[in-house]
Design a protein around this ligand. Structure first.
Ligand code: AMP
Length: 305
C-alpha cells in the first residue's frame, strides 16, 4: 500500500491565459515565488534538469509546452515536430512540477500566425545584434520567433525566475538581452547541457536519428572536448581549434554538412580570431546528419572556454 507521503499531487494542466493568470495571482497573494521553464515538449532529461533547477530555487514551478510556429520557416519541421503530450505529462507529474501550461496557437497568437514571414501581421519582437550570426545566419527567422514567444510567455507567467539550457547558447544571450532591454522583471538562469552517455547533447530532434547515427554523433562532443584540451594546452588561435573540430567530425560525417563552427565572444557573439583567456569564448557548431526518414536533421552543440 502506498504511504500517503508517496502519493504525489498530479500536475495541474492549464490551457488558457485567464486561468494561468488566476493561478499566478494566487501565488503572488500567498507570497510564493514562481519559476518558469518554457519548452516545446517531447521532453527528455535536459528539460527535466531545467525543471529540477526551478524546483530547487523557487516555491512553485510551471512548465509550458508550446510548439511555436513563428520560429519555424515554411520549409522546416513544424508539422512533424515530435509531440508526446501523455509521456510529457507523466514525466512532469513524476517530478512534482505544479503546473503545465499548454496553450493553443490561437490563444498565443490572437492576430493569427503563419510561418510565411511576408504574410505575418501583429506584434513581433526582434533582438538586434545577437540574432543574425551563428544560428541566425542559417535560420534568419528563428530568433524573432523565439524572442516573440518568450516575451509573450514571460508577460503571461510573470515568473521571478526562468530557466533555459546552455545547449541553445545563443538563445540564452538573446533572451537575456530582451529581458534587459524590455525591462522584464525575471531573472534568467542558464542550466548546463545534459548529454547522452556517449556525449551527444540531448535534443527532442534526436528522435529523428537511427541508432547508428546517434552513436556516430558522439564525435561532436568528442571534437568539442578535443578543442577544449588544445585550448588548455595553450593554443588560443581560433582557426587551429576550428580545424581540429572539423577534422575530428570528418571521421564520422561529411565535413561539407557542417553548417558552421565558430569561436565567438561570449557577450557580443561576434567571431574572434584568437581567445583572450580573461574574456573566454564560446565554441559552437551546427551540422546536418542523415536521419532515419531519408532526409537530414540539424544538430547543434557548444562549449564554453
Ligand atoms: P526546446 O523544447 O527544445 O525548445 O527546449 C526547451 C528548453 O530546454 C530550452 O531552454 C533548451 O535550451 C533546453 N534544453 C534542450 N536540450 C537540452 C539539454 N540537452 N540540456 C539542457 N537543456 C536543454
Amino acid at each position: 500500500m502506498n504511504n500517503i507521503a508517496d502519493i504525489k499531487q498530479s500536475t495541474h494542466v492549464i490551457k488558457t491565459i485567464p486561468e494561468l493568470r488566476a493561478w499566478r495571482r494566487s501565488k503572488l497573494l500567498q507570497g510564493k515565488s514562481v519559476g518558469f521553464v518554457p519548452t516545446m515538449g517531447a521532453l527528455h532529461d535536459g528539460h527535466l534538469s531545467l525543471m529540477k533547477s526551478s524546483m530547487r530555487t523557487t516555491d512553485a514551478s510551471i512548465v509550458s509546452i508550446f510548439v511555436n510556429p513563428s520560429q519555424f520557416s515554411p520549409s522546416e519541421d513544424l508539422e512533424s515536430y515530435p509531440r508526446t503530450f501523455e509521456n510529457d505529462l507523466a514525466a512532469i507529474t513524476d517530478l512534482g512540477v505544479d503546473v503545465v501550461f499548454v496553450p493553443s496557437v490561437d490563444e498565443m497568437y490572437p492576430s493569427g500566425i503563419t510561418t510565411q514571414l511576408s504574410k505575418q501581421t501583429g506584434a513581433f519582437v526582434e533582438v538586434k545584434g545577437v540574432s543574425e550570426q551563428l544560428e541566425g545566419s542559417i535560420r534568419p527567422h528563428f530568433f524573432r520567433g523565439v524572442a516573440t514567444v518568450v516575451t509573450k510567455l514571460l508577460n503571461i507567467v510573470q515568473p521571478e525566475r526562468a530557466f533555459f539550457g546552455q545547449k541553445d547558447i545563443q538563445q540564452t544571450v538573446v533572451v537575456k538581452r530582451l529581458v534587459k532591454d524590455l525591462h522584464i522583471d525575471t531573472v534568467i538562469h542558464v542550466v548546463p547541457t545534459v548529454r547522452e552517455k556517449n556525449g551527444l547533447a540531448m535534443s527532442s530532434r534526436n528522435w529523428y536519428l537511427s541508432e547508428k547515427v546517434r552513436a556516430d554523433a558522439s564525435v561532436i562532443n568528442a571534437a568539442l572536448e578535443a578543442a577544449t584540451e588544445k585550448y588548455r594546452s595553450g593554443i588560443t588561435t581560433s582557426s587551429e581549434l576550428i580545424d581540429l573540430i572539423r577534422n575530428t567530425i570528418a571521421t564520422k560525417f561529411n565535413p561539407e554538412d557542417i553548417e558552421y563552427i565558430s569561436v565567438s565572444d561570449p557577450i557580443s557573439l561576434d567571431d574572434i580570431d584568437s581567445i583572450q583567456p580573461l574574456k573566454g569564448a564560446i565554441i559552437s557548431l551546427a551540422i546536418r546528419v542523415p536521419n532515419r526518414f531519408g532526409g537530414s536533421t540539424r544538430l547543434i552543440d557548444n562549449t564554453l572556454l
